[in-house]
Design a protein. Sequence first.
Length: 122
Amino acid sequence: MTGNIFGDILSDEASMLSGSIGLLPSASVGAKIGVYEPIHGSAPDIAGQGIANPIATIASASMMLRFALGENRAADRIDYGIKQALAEGYRTKDIAGFDAKEVCSTIEMGSIIANFATKCKL
């Protein structure tokens, strides 16, 4: 819990622990209003190339569902979709590494996560 600017610095630094800035969701929460967004910016340098990692954006939506809307079941399903996609080796280019089963585009990764989320039995 920090101010916005210091929090931005910390989150950018912490992203290196996970391996990519494209993996971390965030929330800026006030007394009544919260803004849920990935820690990364708009990445204009890769816009339109289909290589951006959508996981942080999807996980931010999960946080919003859980903490702002009280929709824990929906958030659990999204979180399951993310975990399952990663567990089965689906990766975007930024996190492909040596263990990628398949390197996916932004849209493909989003679709894979959505598919797993809809199959979740929670």
